[in-house]
Design a protein around this ligand. Structure first.
Ligand code: FAD
Length: 354
Protein backbone atom coordinates (compact mmCIF):
# COMPACT_ATOMS: atom_id res chain seq x y z
CA UNK A 1 0.00 0.00 0.00
CA UNK A 2 1.32 3.40 -0.99
CA UNK A 3 1.09 6.52 1.14
CA UNK A 4 0.41 9.97 -0.31
CA UNK A 5 0.03 13.40 1.24
CA UNK A 6 -3.12 14.02 -0.81
CA UNK A 7 -5.50 11.75 -2.69
CA UNK A 8 -8.14 13.07 -5.09
CA UNK A 9 -10.91 10.56 -5.76
CA UNK A 10 -12.45 11.32 -9.16
CA UNK A 11 -10.53 13.19 -11.83
CA UNK A 12 -13.50 15.07 -13.26
CA UNK A 13 -14.22 18.78 -13.06
CA UNK A 14 -13.69 19.25 -9.32
CA UNK A 15 -10.81 16.79 -8.91
CA UNK A 16 -8.83 18.20 -11.81
CA UNK A 17 -9.66 21.83 -10.97
CA UNK A 18 -8.30 21.30 -7.46
CA UNK A 19 -5.18 19.47 -8.64
CA UNK A 20 -4.49 22.26 -11.15
CA UNK A 21 -5.05 25.01 -8.58
CA UNK A 22 -2.63 23.31 -6.15
CA UNK A 23 -0.06 22.67 -8.88
CA UNK A 24 0.05 26.18 -10.37
CA UNK A 25 0.36 27.68 -6.90
CA UNK A 26 3.32 25.41 -6.03
CA UNK A 27 1.47 23.54 -3.28
CA UNK A 28 2.61 20.17 -4.64
CA UNK A 29 6.32 20.93 -4.71
CA UNK A 30 7.24 18.77 -1.74
CA UNK A 31 3.99 16.83 -1.47
CA UNK A 32 2.70 13.74 -3.22
CA UNK A 33 -0.72 13.53 -4.83
CA UNK A 34 -2.60 10.53 -6.22
CA UNK A 35 -5.55 11.07 -8.55
CA UNK A 36 -7.95 8.13 -8.83
CA UNK A 37 -10.00 8.19 -12.01
CA UNK A 38 -11.49 5.08 -13.67
CA UNK A 39 -12.07 6.49 -17.16
CA UNK A 40 -9.79 5.15 -19.89
CA UNK A 41 -9.52 8.35 -21.87
CA UNK A 42 -10.45 11.97 -21.56
CA UNK A 43 -12.55 13.43 -24.32
CA UNK A 44 -15.10 16.22 -24.57
CA UNK A 45 -18.15 15.03 -22.61
CA UNK A 46 -19.67 18.27 -21.35
CA UNK A 47 -19.88 21.97 -22.04
CA UNK A 48 -19.80 24.07 -18.89
CA UNK A 49 -21.58 27.39 -19.16
CA UNK A 50 -22.14 30.19 -16.65
CA UNK A 51 -22.14 33.94 -16.23
CA UNK A 52 -18.60 34.92 -15.42
CA UNK A 53 -19.10 36.35 -11.94
CA UNK A 54 -15.85 34.88 -10.61
CA UNK A 55 -12.42 34.66 -12.21
CA UNK A 56 -11.14 31.17 -13.06
CA UNK A 57 -8.06 29.48 -14.52
CA UNK A 58 -9.64 28.40 -17.79
CA UNK A 59 -10.17 31.47 -19.98
CA UNK A 60 -8.16 29.72 -22.70
CA UNK A 61 -10.70 26.86 -22.74
CA UNK A 62 -13.63 29.21 -23.34
CA UNK A 63 -15.40 28.42 -26.57
CA UNK A 64 -17.41 31.63 -26.67
CA UNK A 65 -18.58 34.63 -24.61
CA UNK A 66 -21.95 36.29 -25.08
CA UNK A 67 -23.22 39.65 -23.85
CA UNK A 68 -26.89 39.15 -24.71
CA UNK A 69 -29.47 36.55 -23.79
CA UNK A 70 -33.19 36.00 -24.15
CA UNK A 71 -35.98 34.14 -22.37
CA UNK A 72 -39.25 33.01 -23.92
CA UNK A 73 -42.65 32.02 -22.66
CA UNK A 74 -45.50 31.51 -25.14
CA UNK A 75 -46.11 34.80 -26.98
CA UNK A 76 -43.52 36.74 -24.98
CA UNK A 77 -39.77 37.20 -25.31
CA UNK A 78 -37.45 39.16 -23.08
CA UNK A 79 -34.08 40.39 -24.42
CA UNK A 80 -31.45 41.05 -21.78
CA UNK A 81 -27.84 42.14 -21.56
CA UNK A 82 -24.97 40.73 -19.54
CA UNK A 83 -22.12 43.11 -20.36
CA UNK A 84 -20.63 43.03 -16.85
CA UNK A 85 -20.94 39.25 -16.49
CA UNK A 86 -20.64 37.67 -19.93
CA UNK A 87 -22.09 34.21 -20.39
CA UNK A 88 -19.24 31.79 -21.10
CA UNK A 89 -19.00 28.25 -22.38
CA UNK A 90 -16.04 26.04 -21.58
CA UNK A 91 -15.18 23.07 -23.77
CA UNK A 92 -14.47 20.15 -21.40
CA UNK A 93 -12.14 18.56 -23.99
CA UNK A 94 -9.81 21.60 -23.84
CA UNK A 95 -10.13 21.74 -20.05
CA UNK A 96 -9.09 18.08 -19.57
CA UNK A 97 -6.23 18.45 -22.04
CA UNK A 98 -4.83 21.62 -20.47
CA UNK A 99 -4.94 20.25 -16.92
CA UNK A 100 -3.59 16.78 -17.67
CA UNK A 101 -0.70 18.26 -19.65
CA UNK A 102 0.26 20.47 -16.72
CA UNK A 103 -0.13 17.75 -14.07
CA UNK A 104 2.02 15.29 -16.01
CA UNK A 105 4.97 17.69 -15.69
CA UNK A 106 5.10 17.04 -11.94
CA UNK A 107 6.65 13.72 -10.88
CA UNK A 108 4.96 13.98 -7.48
CA UNK A 109 1.55 13.45 -9.09
CA UNK A 110 0.46 9.85 -9.71
CA UNK A 111 -2.55 8.60 -11.66
CA UNK A 112 -4.51 5.46 -10.75
CA UNK A 113 -7.63 3.74 -12.06
CA UNK A 114 -8.74 2.60 -8.59
CA UNK A 115 -7.69 2.82 -4.92
CA UNK A 116 -6.55 -0.83 -4.55
CA UNK A 117 -2.93 0.01 -3.79
CA UNK A 118 -3.44 3.30 -2.01
CA UNK A 119 -3.49 3.80 1.71
CA UNK A 120 -6.44 6.15 2.11
CA UNK A 121 -6.12 6.20 5.90
CA UNK A 122 -2.88 8.18 6.03
CA UNK A 123 -3.72 10.71 3.31
CA UNK A 124 -5.88 13.79 3.15
CA UNK A 125 -8.62 12.65 0.76
CA UNK A 126 -10.60 14.99 -1.51
CA UNK A 127 -13.58 13.02 -2.73
CA UNK A 128 -15.63 14.02 -5.78
CA UNK A 129 -17.74 10.86 -6.12
CA UNK A 130 -21.18 11.76 -4.79
CA UNK A 131 -23.24 9.44 -2.62
CA UNK A 132 -26.67 9.89 -4.23
CA UNK A 133 -29.23 7.97 -2.26
CA UNK A 134 -31.42 6.13 -4.78
CA UNK A 135 -34.39 6.39 -2.39
CA UNK A 136 -34.29 10.18 -2.65
CA UNK A 137 -37.40 11.80 -4.07
CA UNK A 138 -35.46 14.87 -5.04
CA UNK A 139 -35.60 16.87 -8.22
CA UNK A 140 -33.10 16.55 -11.05
CA UNK A 141 -32.15 18.82 -13.91
CA UNK A 142 -31.90 16.30 -16.72
CA UNK A 143 -31.07 17.20 -20.25
CA UNK A 144 -29.69 16.26 -23.60
CA UNK A 145 -27.94 18.61 -26.00
CA UNK A 146 -26.72 18.37 -29.55
CA UNK A 147 -24.26 20.53 -31.41
CA UNK A 148 -25.51 21.06 -34.93
CA UNK A 149 -24.06 22.49 -38.09
CA UNK A 150 -26.06 24.13 -40.87
CA UNK A 151 -25.10 24.72 -44.48
CA UNK A 152 -26.44 28.27 -44.61
CA UNK A 153 -26.11 31.07 -42.07
CA UNK A 154 -28.93 30.59 -39.61
CA UNK A 155 -28.11 31.67 -36.04
CA UNK A 156 -27.59 35.08 -34.51
CA UNK A 157 -24.28 34.29 -32.81
CA UNK A 158 -24.49 37.34 -30.52
CA UNK A 159 -27.40 36.18 -28.36
CA UNK A 160 -28.09 32.98 -26.45
CA UNK A 161 -31.55 31.73 -25.67
CA UNK A 162 -31.31 30.80 -21.99
CA UNK A 163 -34.79 29.33 -21.62
CA UNK A 164 -37.46 28.79 -24.20
CA UNK A 165 -40.56 27.57 -22.39
CA UNK A 166 -42.68 27.67 -25.53
CA UNK A 167 -42.80 23.87 -25.70
CA UNK A 168 -44.65 20.87 -24.22
CA UNK A 169 -44.46 20.93 -20.42
CA UNK A 170 -46.05 17.48 -19.76
CA UNK A 171 -47.06 18.55 -16.20
CA UNK A 172 -43.43 19.26 -15.45
CA UNK A 173 -40.94 22.09 -16.11
CA UNK A 174 -39.36 21.95 -19.54
CA UNK A 175 -37.39 24.36 -21.69
CA UNK A 176 -34.97 24.48 -24.58
CA UNK A 177 -31.60 26.22 -24.42
CA UNK A 178 -29.67 27.45 -27.46
CA UNK A 179 -26.03 28.54 -27.52
CA UNK A 180 -25.11 29.77 -31.00
CA UNK A 181 -21.34 29.40 -31.43
CA UNK A 182 -21.41 30.89 -34.92
CA UNK A 183 -23.91 31.66 -37.66
CA UNK A 184 -23.74 27.99 -38.67
CA UNK A 185 -23.18 26.10 -35.40
CA UNK A 186 -25.05 25.90 -32.12
CA UNK A 187 -25.62 23.74 -29.06
CA UNK A 188 -29.32 23.07 -28.53
CA UNK A 189 -30.50 21.37 -25.34
CA UNK A 190 -33.79 20.04 -24.08
CA UNK A 191 -33.91 20.42 -20.28
CA UNK A 192 -36.37 19.08 -17.70
CA UNK A 193 -36.70 19.84 -14.01
CA UNK A 194 -38.41 16.80 -12.55
CA UNK A 195 -38.08 13.76 -10.31
CA UNK A 196 -37.08 11.70 -13.36
CA UNK A 197 -39.91 9.28 -12.79
CA UNK A 198 -41.64 9.87 -16.11
CA UNK A 199 -39.72 7.98 -18.80
CA UNK A 200 -41.60 9.78 -21.55
CA UNK A 201 -39.51 12.88 -20.73
CA UNK A 202 -36.40 11.02 -21.85
CA UNK A 203 -37.30 10.80 -25.55
CA UNK A 204 -34.70 13.52 -25.95
CA UNK A 205 -33.85 12.83 -29.61
CA UNK A 206 -37.47 13.24 -30.67
CA UNK A 207 -37.82 16.43 -28.60
CA UNK A 208 -34.71 17.96 -30.15
CA UNK A 209 -35.74 17.02 -33.68
CA UNK A 210 -39.21 18.44 -33.19
CA UNK A 211 -37.83 21.68 -31.71
CA UNK A 212 -35.13 22.21 -34.31
CA UNK A 213 -37.31 21.40 -37.28
CA UNK A 214 -40.64 22.88 -36.20
CA UNK A 215 -39.95 25.60 -33.62
CA UNK A 216 -36.69 26.90 -35.10
CA UNK A 217 -37.83 25.92 -38.58
CA UNK A 218 -34.45 24.53 -39.49
CA UNK A 219 -34.50 21.48 -41.77
CA UNK A 220 -31.03 21.24 -43.24
CA UNK A 221 -28.54 20.47 -40.47
CA UNK A 222 -26.28 17.74 -39.14
CA UNK A 223 -25.52 16.70 -35.57
CA UNK A 224 -21.79 16.86 -34.75
CA UNK A 225 -21.77 16.16 -30.99
CA UNK A 226 -24.18 15.02 -28.30
CA UNK A 227 -24.16 15.26 -24.51
CA UNK A 228 -26.58 14.02 -21.91
CA UNK A 229 -26.65 14.44 -18.16
CA UNK A 230 -28.59 14.76 -14.95
CA UNK A 231 -27.67 17.16 -12.18
CA UNK A 232 -29.11 16.38 -8.73
CA UNK A 233 -31.03 19.35 -7.34
CA UNK A 234 -30.50 18.03 -3.82
CA UNK A 235 -27.35 17.66 -1.76
CA UNK A 236 -25.60 14.29 -1.82
CA UNK A 237 -25.18 12.51 1.51
CA UNK A 238 -22.20 14.09 3.22
CA UNK A 239 -20.91 11.63 5.79
CA UNK A 240 -18.25 13.18 8.03
CA UNK A 241 -15.03 11.19 7.78
CA UNK A 242 -11.92 12.34 9.65
CA UNK A 243 -9.49 12.71 6.75
CA UNK A 244 -11.97 13.24 3.90
CA UNK A 245 -13.28 16.45 2.31
CA UNK A 246 -15.99 16.24 -0.33
CA UNK A 247 -15.59 18.45 -3.36
CA UNK A 248 -17.60 19.33 -6.48
CA UNK A 249 -21.11 17.92 -6.75
CA UNK A 250 -20.28 15.56 -3.88
CA UNK A 251 -19.30 18.57 -1.78
CA UNK A 252 -22.56 20.48 -2.36
CA UNK A 253 -21.19 22.85 -5.01
CA UNK A 254 -24.33 22.77 -7.16
CA UNK A 255 -26.62 25.75 -6.86
CA UNK A 256 -29.86 23.84 -6.45
CA UNK A 257 -32.18 26.34 -8.13
CA UNK A 258 -30.11 26.49 -11.31
CA UNK A 259 -27.79 23.47 -11.55
CA UNK A 260 -24.80 25.81 -12.03
CA UNK A 261 -21.77 24.17 -10.42
CA UNK A 262 -18.63 24.98 -12.43
CA UNK A 263 -17.76 28.37 -10.88
CA UNK A 264 -18.58 27.16 -7.37
CA UNK A 265 -16.08 24.36 -7.94
CA UNK A 266 -13.45 26.94 -8.92
CA UNK A 267 -14.16 28.97 -5.79
CA UNK A 268 -13.98 25.86 -3.62
CA UNK A 269 -10.64 24.86 -5.21
CA UNK A 270 -9.22 28.30 -4.48
CA UNK A 271 -10.43 28.15 -0.87
CA UNK A 272 -8.79 24.74 -0.38
CA UNK A 273 -5.54 25.88 -1.99
CA UNK A 274 -5.39 29.04 0.16
CA UNK A 275 -5.92 26.99 3.32
CA UNK A 276 -4.26 23.74 2.35
CA UNK A 277 -2.00 23.63 5.41
CA UNK A 278 -4.95 23.58 7.82
CA UNK A 279 -7.86 22.58 5.56
CA UNK A 280 -8.78 19.47 7.58
CA UNK A 281 -9.34 21.65 10.65
CA UNK A 282 -11.42 24.37 8.99
CA UNK A 283 -15.16 24.55 8.43
CA UNK A 284 -16.03 23.07 5.03
CA UNK A 285 -16.52 25.45 2.13
CA UNK A 286 -20.23 25.68 1.35
CA UNK A 287 -22.65 27.70 -0.75
CA UNK A 288 -23.92 30.45 1.59
CA UNK A 289 -26.79 29.47 3.85
CA UNK A 290 -29.12 32.20 2.54
CA UNK A 291 -28.98 30.65 -0.95
CA UNK A 292 -29.50 27.16 0.46
CA UNK A 293 -32.62 28.38 2.22
CA UNK A 294 -33.97 30.38 -0.74
CA UNK A 295 -33.33 27.48 -3.12
CA UNK A 296 -35.17 25.08 -0.82
CA UNK A 297 -38.22 27.35 -0.95
CA UNK A 298 -37.86 27.85 -4.70
CA UNK A 299 -37.71 24.10 -5.37
CA UNK A 300 -40.75 23.51 -3.18
CA UNK A 301 -42.63 26.07 -5.26
CA UNK A 302 -41.39 24.34 -8.40
CA UNK A 303 -42.48 20.90 -7.21
CA UNK A 304 -45.95 22.11 -6.20
CA UNK A 305 -46.59 24.48 -9.13
CA UNK A 306 -44.74 23.26 -12.22
CA UNK A 307 -47.16 24.96 -14.60
CA UNK A 308 -46.41 28.37 -13.03
CA UNK A 309 -42.63 28.08 -13.36
CA UNK A 310 -42.20 29.49 -16.88
CA UNK A 311 -43.99 32.65 -15.73
CA UNK A 312 -41.96 32.77 -12.48
CA UNK A 313 -38.61 32.46 -14.29
CA UNK A 314 -39.75 35.09 -16.80
CA UNK A 315 -40.85 37.44 -14.05
CA UNK A 316 -37.60 37.05 -12.15
CA UNK A 317 -35.90 38.82 -15.07
CA UNK A 318 -38.15 41.88 -14.69
CA UNK A 319 -35.23 43.12 -12.62
CA UNK A 320 -32.01 44.59 -13.96
CA UNK A 321 -30.23 41.58 -15.40
CA UNK A 322 -27.03 42.17 -13.39
CA UNK A 323 -28.96 41.80 -10.16
CA UNK A 324 -30.57 38.53 -11.21
CA UNK A 325 -27.29 37.15 -12.55
CA UNK A 326 -25.56 37.93 -9.26
CA UNK A 327 -28.44 36.35 -7.35
CA UNK A 328 -28.37 33.18 -9.46
CA UNK A 329 -24.58 33.02 -9.17
CA UNK A 330 -24.56 33.45 -5.38
CA UNK A 331 -22.87 36.84 -5.53
CA UNK A 332 -25.75 39.16 -4.57
CA UNK A 333 -25.98 41.46 -1.57
CA UNK A 334 -28.99 41.83 0.67
CA UNK A 335 -30.61 44.63 -1.37
CA UNK A 336 -30.20 42.67 -4.60
CA UNK A 337 -31.71 39.56 -2.97
CA UNK A 338 -34.61 41.62 -1.78
CA UNK A 339 -35.23 43.16 -5.16
CA UNK A 340 -35.27 39.74 -6.88
CA UNK A 341 -37.51 38.23 -4.23
CA UNK A 342 -39.95 41.17 -4.51
CA UNK A 343 -40.64 40.27 -8.15
CA UNK A 344 -41.78 36.77 -7.22
CA UNK A 345 -45.50 35.98 -6.83
CA UNK A 346 -45.76 36.37 -3.07
CA UNK A 347 -48.61 34.07 -2.10
CA UNK A 348 -47.13 30.94 -3.75
CA UNK A 349 -43.79 31.53 -2.03
CA UNK A 350 -45.38 32.28 1.34
CA UNK A 351 -47.36 29.01 1.10
CA UNK A 352 -44.13 27.13 0.37
CA UNK A 353 -42.73 28.30 3.72
CA UNK A 354 -45.19 26.06 5.59
C1 FAD B 1 -23.51 16.91 -19.24
C2 FAD B 1 -23.37 17.92 -18.13
C3 FAD B 1 -23.34 19.28 -18.43
C4 FAD B 1 -23.21 20.22 -17.39
N1 FAD B 1 -23.20 21.54 -17.70
C5 FAD B 1 -23.00 22.45 -16.72
C6 FAD B 1 -22.94 23.83 -17.03
O1 FAD B 1 -23.15 24.22 -18.18
N2 FAD B 1 -22.65 24.71 -16.04
C7 FAD B 1 -22.42 24.31 -14.76
O2 FAD B 1 -22.12 25.14 -13.90
N3 FAD B 1 -22.54 23.01 -14.43
C8 FAD B 1 -22.82 22.07 -15.36
N4 FAD B 1 -22.90 20.74 -15.03
C9 FAD B 1 -22.84 20.39 -13.61
C10 FAD B 1 -21.41 20.23 -13.08
O3 FAD B 1 -20.64 21.37 -13.38
C11 FAD B 1 -20.71 19.01 -13.65
O4 FAD B 1 -21.44 17.88 -13.35
C12 FAD B 1 -19.29 18.86 -13.14
O5 FAD B 1 -18.66 17.93 -13.97
C13 FAD B 1 -19.25 18.39 -11.70
O6 FAD B 1 -17.92 18.13 -11.35
P1 FAD B 1 -17.55 16.95 -10.36
O7 FAD B 1 -16.08 16.86 -10.34
O8 FAD B 1 -18.29 17.09 -9.11
O9 FAD B 1 -18.13 15.64 -11.07
P2 FAD B 1 -17.54 14.94 -12.37
O10 FAD B 1 -17.01 15.95 -13.30
O11 FAD B 1 -18.60 14.03 -12.83
O12 FAD B 1 -16.30 14.11 -11.82
C14 FAD B 1 -16.44 12.94 -11.05
C15 FAD B 1 -15.36 11.97 -11.53
O13 FAD B 1 -15.35 10.82 -10.69
C16 FAD B 1 -15.09 9.70 -11.50
N5 FAD B 1 -15.55 8.50 -10.77
C17 FAD B 1 -16.75 7.91 -10.79
N6 FAD B 1 -16.77 6.85 -9.96
C18 FAD B 1 -15.56 6.79 -9.37
C19 FAD B 1 -14.98 5.94 -8.39
N7 FAD B 1 -15.66 4.95 -7.82
N8 FAD B 1 -13.71 6.18 -8.01
C20 FAD B 1 -13.01 7.21 -8.54
N9 FAD B 1 -13.51 8.06 -9.47
C21 FAD B 1 -14.77 7.85 -9.88
C22 FAD B 1 -15.84 9.98 -12.79
O14 FAD B 1 -15.33 9.22 -13.87
C23 FAD B 1 -15.61 11.47 -12.95
O15 FAD B 1 -14.49 11.75 -13.75
C24 FAD B 1 -23.08 19.78 -16.03
C25 FAD B 1 -23.18 18.42 -15.76
C26 FAD B 1 -23.32 17.50 -16.79
C27 FAD B 1 -23.42 16.03 -16.42
Amino acid sequence: MKDFDFVIVGGGCAGLSLAYELEINYKLKNKTLAIIEPRNEYKKDKTWSFWKTYSHNFDDCVKKNWKHFSINIPQKTKHLECDSYPYQTIDSGLFYEKINKKLKENNNIYFYKNDENINLENSLVFNSVPNLNSQNNGLWQHFCGVEIETKKNFFDEEIINLMDFDCEQRESVHFFYTLPYSKKTALIETTWLSEMKDNSQMDYDAQLKEYIENNLNLKDYKITYKEEGAIPLFYPINQKIRNRINIGTAGGMTRLSTGYTFLNIQEQSKFIRENIESIDKLKTFKIKRKYQLLDKIFLKVLKNNPSKMPFIFFKMFNNKSDKVIKFLSNKSNFLEDFSVILKMPKWIFIKALF
